[in-house]
Ligand binder design. Structure first.
Ligand SMILES: NC(=O)c1ccc[n+]([C@@H]2O[C@H](COP(=O)([O-])OP(=O)(O)OC[C@H]3O[C@@H](n4cnc5c(N)ncnc54)[C@H](OP(=O)(O)O)[C@@H]3O)[C@@H](O)[C@H]2O)c1
Length: 313
């Protein structure tokens, strides 16, 4: 049997990377093997990946040499950066720089880079329909990833555009909440537009589909989504699985931006971008192609059923 090709996976103990590591390891007859990158190989999550059969290695994305060692001898790499660890565009760009530089220096044959749109191409900085953040961004965690796209030009790279994780709706206060009368309300700032969503695990599975297709996908921008739904459609599906009515409440963007939690402005801008450019974002994230790459792709009904016990936590 030919030797398996190594895919080095950043964020292996996290949602996107973890999904990819499990997809690789579950495909026993596949051509790939997973090298899981973590800052702490002794953590419970790292041990769990080792137990599944991953080769776990230590690296910090803020240390280029450590990333080079993690990429050495690999065929490909999954490159994802971690905005929410620090909420610093400069740090996220530095993570992308170290990943791209290491990929180039180690001569990787295929990289999948987890990126997003540059919202400023649609909403220039001087457009005051939303505030400018951190000086030069509208949605920093989108814009800085898009800025980093150019760093991957020298390596055969597939640009993966993720969608809104449905797991975000499991965070405290995020899914359906009871109003004063005890009726369940799903509040999202999405107007009447469709939000492309996905089960986080399916991002990794989709990335695995990209590695299986190989460098024929290099240079391509491919969005992944499990389903695209309006707030009303999501509420209806919640109602069915919970067996009680859920109403959708379209939160105005300015009200969301004013909620006062640390990322309220950034996420308010993000939802406004998702809403006002829903048609374009929907086209980029083709559900049928996402399913071709990952035949096990979950739609929202399937995701709700799997998470039924936690929907109202
Ligand atoms: N939430 C959404 O809806 C959504 C949608 C689209 C895109 N995104 C993007 O997804 C990205 C995050 O991906 P994710 O959700 O898969 O992350 P995650 O689940 O939060 O996992 C992050 C993992 O990254 C590792 N990590 C953090 N800092 C590191 C560093 N300096 N060096 C090496 N490893 C580091 C951590 O592993 P160790 O602790 O083991 O080192 C952690 O397990 C963000 O940039 C976000 O903008 C999110």
């Amino acid at each position: 049997m030919p030797e398996k090709k190594i895919i080095a996976v950043a964020g292996a103990t996290g949602q996107q990377g973890g999904g990819l590591v499990r997809a690789i390891l579950n495909d026993k007859n596949g051509n790939f093997t997973a090298r899981a990158i973590t800052r702490d190989p002794n953590s419970d999550k790292a041990r769990a990946l080792r137990d599944l059969g991953a080769n776990v290695v230590q690296a910090d994305l803020h240390n280029e040499d450590s990333v080079r060692r993690a990429f050495e001898g690999a065929y490909g790499a999954y490159c994802v950066t971690f905005f929410w660890e620090h909420m610093s565009p400069a740090k996220e760009f530095a993570e992308a720089m170290n990943l791209a530089t290491a990929a180039q220096k180690e001569g990787l044959q295929h990289v999948v880079w987890s990126t997003l749109e540059d919202t400023r191409e649609s909403i220039p900085l001087d457009d005051d329909r939303m505030p400018t953040l951190s000086g030069t961004f509208k949605v920093p965690h989108f814009d800085v990833k898009a800025e980093a796209d150019k760093l991957f030009r020298e390596v055969p790279t597939t640009y993966l555009l993720a969608s809104f994780y449905w797991e975000n709706l499991l965070a405290p206060g995020s899914g359906p909440q009871p109003d004063a009368q005890g009726n369940l309300v799903l509040s999202l700032p999405m107007g009447d537009q469709k939000l492309p969503g996905i089960a986080a695990e399916d991002i990794g599975k989709g990335a695995y589909g990209m590695f299986k297709r190989g460098p024929e996908l290099a240079g391509k921008r491919i969005g992944l989504a499990g389903e695209q739904l309006t707030g009303n459609e999501m509420a209806e599906k919640y109602s069915k699985v919970l067996g009680r009515p859920v109403r959708y409440n379209a939160v105005p963007f300015d009200v969301f931006r004013g909620l006062g939690f640390p990322a309220a402005q950034e996420l308010g801008n993000m939802f406004q971008f998702y809403t006002e450019f829903a048609e374009d974002l929907g086209k980029t994230r083709d559900v049928a192609f996402s399913r071709e790459l990952n035949p096990e792709l979950q739609d929202f009904d399937a995701w709700l059923s799997r998470n039924k016990e936690h929907l109202l936590d």
